[in-house]
Write a protein that binds this ligand. Structure first.
Ligand code: HEC
Length: 157
């Protein structure tokens, strides 16, 4: 019994200690995805879906839930965001080559078609992020259209 109590205290202290470290937040203001939006020109509905179901992990601005204030949840979310952005960052679109943009859109179509994105864990707390077949279709049509533009290369001036 004494040992259990001691372990309990140690865990509590570790938990409190963890709260002292807060991962840097992923926040940006203004039109951080302006280049992406103007180049790929998504219809309003698609734009809204991307903003509400993808930007949290694939842009420079995350809308954080309240529980992000609690470690280790905050570490876990920061991890997802960093990894997501490494693979695809809509806020960094201007630094991608046309070839890379085309390829990212190809992967986007695949991920959405197979229901791999948004991540399953994300939909546990973001009910509205579960994409229905119609939403998936709209995203795929738009992404495939944009891919063609990048395949064609820059337009003659
Ligand atoms: C909770 C965080 C999160 C959300 C929300 C999310 N993603 Fe991801 N995404 C990731 C992570 C992490 C990876 C990298 C690991 C993997 O592929 O599972 C990734 C990978 C990808 C890739 C693969 C890119 C590559 O180069 O391999 C695409 C494409 C993608 N996501 C598109 C989307 C789209 C589209 C949405 C919205 C419908 C979305 N993601 C929502 C976290 C997220």
């Amino acid at each position: 019994m004494k040992t259990a109590k001691r372990i309990g205290w140690i865990l509590l202290i570790v938990f409190i200690g963890m709260q002292l470290y807060r991962p840097a937040k992923n926040v940006a203001s203004g039109e951080h995805t302006a280049v992406f939006l103007s180049e790929t020109n998504p219809p309003q509905e698609v734009k809204l879906i991307l903003e509400t179901t993808c930007y949290d992990c694939h842009s420079n601005n995350t809308v954080y839930p309240w529980y992000n204030n609690i470690a280790p949840v905050s570490y876990w979310l920061a991890d997802h965001i960093n990894e997501g952005k490494e693979h695809l960052n809509f806020s960094d679109w201007e630094n991608y080559t046309s070839k890379k943009k085309e390829h990212k859109l190809e992967e986007l179509v695949e991920e959405v078609e197979e229901g791999e994105m948004p991540l399953e864990e994300y939909t546990w707390t973001h009910e509205e992020a579960r994409l229905n077949p119609k939403q998936k279709e709209m995203i795929m049509v738009w992404a495939n259209k944009s891919r063609v533009l990048y395949q064609l290369g820059p337009l003659p001036q």
